[in-house]
Unconditional design. Sequence first.
Length: 137
Amino acid sequence: MKPYEYFEATADVGFKAYGNNLNEAFENAGMAMFNIITDTCDVSPIHEIEFEITSEDEAALLYDYLEELLFHHETDFMLFSEFHIEIDENLHLKAKIKGENIDWDKHERKTEIKAITFHKMDVKGTDPVELQAIVDL
């Protein structure tokens, strides 16, 4: 099973992320998002950031998670390459993400993500779990 794939959206980029469970699908969604920004193979997991969020449903949780990733990218000036996610039955997400400070001499500059959109945000709890999101470029 591939971890994620991209699809075209007008002036935006969409992706579908897959996993054997919700945790793995969210981890792959983080990787898909940061591979839009840079090649995550060049991002060393040097620094770790932890955060927790709770949302009212799975689609809102995915949106809030991606928003939090983008927030840390923009405010901490970091790129991320490892994502460890635990989601409980109350839709409480605990994240440990690892990466390093942005260094455009080292990291390939691909595309800037301006925002996460809720348009076509979807979580399918099938086997495998499939997530879908669109980011505004």
